[in-house]
Design a protein. Sequence first.
Length: 321
Amino acid sequence: MGDLDRYDDHPLYWTRLHMTSALRQWKPDYTVSEIEREELMKKLEYTSRGITSIDFSKGKGVKRILVSGFDPYRLEQEFRRSNPSGAAALQLDGKMILTNEGPAFIQTANFPVRWDDFEEGIVEDTFGPYLKENKNQVDLMMTISQGGPRVMAIEGFAGRWHTGVGNNLEDRSEVIPTANDWEMPEKLPEFIETTLPYDEMIAAQTEPWPVERNDEVCEWLAPEYRDQPYECHDGGPTAGSKARKGGGGSYLSNESMYRSNRVRIGLGAYDIPGGHLHVAAQEYYPDDTTIYINDEFTNFRRNTVDQTVELVSAAAEAAEK
């Protein structure tokens, strides 16, 4: 590690960018088709993100917890940007927690902030295999991302709509598409409610940031919904409405919760808790852009990441084996 802060999520992200750049420019002395190159790119992405190395204990009487975080995003706006959800995922990966019912083993992956990867099924490919009835079936799953300032929000609902600009500057504003290789619910839900043990997570009294369940949604109530204004409130979705935003908005955070729980429902894994945690947004970027990091930044990230680990531990404790 040298002098690197072990909570720093930048080195892995920057290394992957260099590796993908090298692979795209690679010119071997034999022919590599574009399809083959894209297959190599996908293998690099899945391997470096921890997706292919998810490996749970095969022992009996253990809990299996699967968690995802996110890359840093939009570095053209702030090249020093860190994502505490990704940093938390790196801290959680391979962690064993002793619960009252025995050990809980945690495996994690980090998602890209890109629409294409989501539309190609990276969320379903990560969670789907461990939602099926087999010896690796998880006992709880959680997606995590960076949220608002100084609050840890357990999102009550994910909505079936996505908007925003990703890391490759592509934007979206449409219904979240399906993933063709995975089972989907017979009727695609407009909203999916969390099944995480949020009461227990709140009762754990973790610090420093307050922990709350967020039931805000934005929805269209009119039949011709796309031509009408949408309404936002904190009372959860109205029966028959069309989703415009979940509690966590309509960006990839919301989509990670929607997609992971949509495939959970599609596979009939109704008893497995699943949902999304928005962690406190990183603060204390130095005003002087020649300074990469300072003590205030480092301490803030460490506090947020440590509290995230405690909240995942509280969820693991509450999960039933």
